[in-house]
Write a protein that binds this ligand. Structure first.
Ligand code: PLP
Length: 398
């Protein structure tokens, strides 16, 4: 019998897969499924960006590029950081990779030794713990509280830090909660990072999808001097509806980026050349698209939160960014329908799919079983219909 690698065996399969597979099967069988599990904007990639990708192919940009990405794109990333934030970075401090996900994977591969611990606030984006494990590190989950709007409690964070802590991941706005860390908390995190020499990885993928005035608070606002200990991760997937183009980037200390380039050179090489030119057009062309996304999402978000809050026993923190709501349904756990007991988020998401024909993602996938994630990157009409069905399905539980 073929023996698989230990590293594969230690990574748990995603609990979302079961629900997704079932959703697909139901849809194939003709069921009218409302899908709230999607993690991508429902608008198409802007036309000028698509044109740039096509033009790149016509112009013959169909060959290898530098491993870290074309210099024009890395310069555009630096210019964006300079213009938006006043942060000074050079193109050799930037690595372009196959989506933000691949960039994060490279970061962990470049910095972790066996036994190194990475602090991951929960609810967390599904991929952080397995990525850390695949790099030989140990994910250390730091719980965030709903009653604290999923912001940091520095005292809690301090309890999870050990001498083995190597890094911390900050994802704000967060997938799945939409929460944004307060500047005050980030000041406390920055102090700990500085005192203990942690690398701070900021996953800024949703920074353009922020529903308050001004900029999303960032650890480099809290402590600009921390720059040598911070790696920024970002990309065009969400802000320019470019999930399929697979372009993201990491920006940080040159030694870390160089190490990541070594890994990228021995694994994927450069990300697809035409995609890099499309991303370049996204960053250097008209910047109104993220605003259009925000404007489309704001009424849906308001409706979703209000509808959820009107259901007895359900609470929902208003997301400050991204395009997900993350309501707490734990008041319904222990109830049942026709003998099917709802013992947690996986069972509830399964029930919503079977009974309400609504696909969602169980909170267990994000390390928070009390919750279910719904994406509002779908039409208002579907959201209204979906919420009616959810309300009814919950009312049917005994
Ligand atoms: N980070 C977060 C928090 C995300 O939600 C996602 C995508 O779902 C990513 C990173 C990865 O994005 P990409 O599609 O660019 O790999």
């Amino acid at each position: 019998k073929f023996v698989l690698a230990e590293r594969v065996l230690q990574v748990a399969p995603s609990p979302t897969l079961a629900v997704n597979a079932k959703a697909k099967a139901l849809r194939a069988a003709g069921a009218d499924i409302l899908n709230f599990s999607v993690g991508e904007p429902d608008l198409p990639t802007p036309a000028h960006v698509c044109e740039a990708g096509k033009q790149a192919i016509d112009d013959g940009y169909t060959r290898y590029t530098p491993v870290a990405g074309i210099v024009e794109l890395r310069e555009a990333v630096c210019a964006k950081l300079q213009n938006d934030q006043g942060w000074d970075y050079a193109p050799d401090q930037v690595q372009v990779s196959c989506g933000g996900k691949h960039g994060l994977y490279n970061i962990f591969q470049a910095i972790l030794n066996p036994g190194d611990e990475v602090l991951i606030p929960a609810p967390y984006w599904v991929s952080y713990p397995p990525m850390v494990q695949l790099a030989g590190g140990t994910p250390v989950i730091v719980p965030l509280k709903e009653e604290n709007n999923f912001d940091f409690d520095p005292a809690t964070l301090a309890r999870y830090a050990t001498p083995k802590t190597k890094a911390i991941v900050l994802n704000s706005p967060s997938n799945p909660t939409g929460a944004v860390f307060s500047l005050e908390s980030l000041v406390a995190v920055a102090k700990m990072a500085r005192d203990h020499g942690w690398l701070v990885i900021t996953d800024d993928m949703y920074e353009e999808l922020y529903y308050a005035e001004g900029k999303v608070p960032h650890i480099l606002h809290a402590d600009p001097q921390l720059k040598d200990q911070v790696v920024l991760s970002n990309g065009v997937s969400k802000s320019f509806a470019m999930t399929g183009w697979r372009i993201g980037w990491s920006v940080g200390p040159i030694e870390v980026i160089k190490a990541m380039n070594k890994i990228q050179s021995q694994s994927t090489s450069n990300p697809a050349a035409p995609s890099q030119y499309a991303a370049l057009a996204a960053l250097t062309g008209p910047q109104d698209f993220p605003r259009l996304l925000r404007e489309a999402f704001i009424p849906r978000r308001a409706y979703f939160v209000k509808a959820l809050e009107s259901i007895p026993g359900v609470s929902c923190v208003t997301p400050m960014g991204a395009f997900y709501v993350f309501p707490n349904f734990s008041a319904y756990y222990g109830k049942s329908f026709k003998g099917q007991v709802i013992d947690g988020s996986v069972a509830l998401a399964d029930y919503f799919l079977g009974e309400a024909k609504v696909a969602s993602v169980p909170g267990a996938a994000f390390g928070a079983d009390a919750f279910i994630r719904f994406s509002f990157a779908t039409s208002m009409e579907r959201i209204e219909k979906g919420m009616e069905r959810i309300k009814q399905a919950l009312a049917n539980l005994r």
